[in-house]
Ligand binder design. Structure first.
Ligand code: Y39
Ligand code: FE
Ligand code: FE
Ligand code: FE
Length: 230
């Protein structure tokens, strides 16, 4: 059973909570900023989907503003330096792939991995969030499903030609997500978000996405196991 904030009597104003929130809130703000930039780059790589992708990028910048408001509401200053370092691995890999015109890798990183990470984190956060942040996050998570769907649909249509690049990009990037989850485990726990729940939700979303694109159950198991190489 998922615990809820009311039962746990979380003290959102305690120094301990605010200290952890200064990093988690920064990660989310930085993630939304990078997602905004990534969708603009994807619009250049996929000109036939430019309108859609620019629309997604604008949603990401609204998300960023929403989460900035959540930090201000708790009087927390987000630790943006920490967050930039937290995202450096995925950010660098996305930039390298974009420079090489590897759109499949870019979609795997942003629209599958990062969106599934966001969906897992926001779903686990909603029941234990303060009232203000809960309302914001509920609105945001709906959008993230539509971002994941964009990647699924494109990759499903281009599955045969994308398969090898998807497998390589998965091996390269899934271990990074595992490191990120380990890095954030203690702060997340202070916000009453359990790492096990985050991992479980992420793997369900990601596995489902891989299945929707066209991978078999056996292939999904093999792709998922690459995360364990972290
Ligand atoms: O597509 C998006 O909006 C994704 C960028 C946002 C990523 C958010 C990353 C959340 C990780 C938080 C980890 C907290 C335990
Ligand atoms: Fe977002
Ligand atoms: Fe998104
Ligand atoms: Fe789903």
């Amino acid at each position: 059973m998922q615990q809820v904030a009311a039962d746990l009597e979380i003290d959102f104003k305690s120094e301990k909570y605010k200290d952890a929130y200064s990093r988690i809130n920064a990660i989310v703000i930085e993630g939304e900023q990078e997602a905004y930039e990534n969708y603009i780059q994807l619009a250049q790589l996929l000109p036939e989907h430019k309108e859609d992708l620019i629309r997604l990028s604008k949603m990401e910048s609204r998300h960023k503003k929403g989460f900035e408001a959540c930090g201000k509401n708790l009087e927390v200053a987000p630790d943006m330096q920490f967050a930039k370092e937290f995202f450096a691995g995925l950010h660098g890999n996305f930039q390298k792939a974009a420079a090489e015109g590897k759109v499949v890798t870019c979609l795997l990183i942003q629209s599958l991995i990062i969106e599934c990470f966001a969906i897992a984190a926001y779903n686990i956060y909603i029941p234990v969030a303060d009232d203000f942040a809960r309302k914001i996050t509920e609105g945001v998570v709906k959008d993230e499903y539509s971002h994941l769907n964009f990647g699924e649909v494109w990759l499903q249509k281009n599955f045969a030609a994308s398969k090898a690049e998807l497998e390589a990009a998965n091996s390269q990037n899934l271990p990074i997500v595992w490191k990120m989850l380990n890095q954030v485990e203690q702060d997340a726990a202070i916000l009453a978000m359990e790492k096990e729940a985050l991992v479980e939700d992420f793997m369900i979303q990601y596995g489902e996405a891989l299945g929707n694109i066209g991978f078999t159950t056996r292939e999904i198991m093999r792709l998922s196991a690459h995360g364990l190489k972290a």
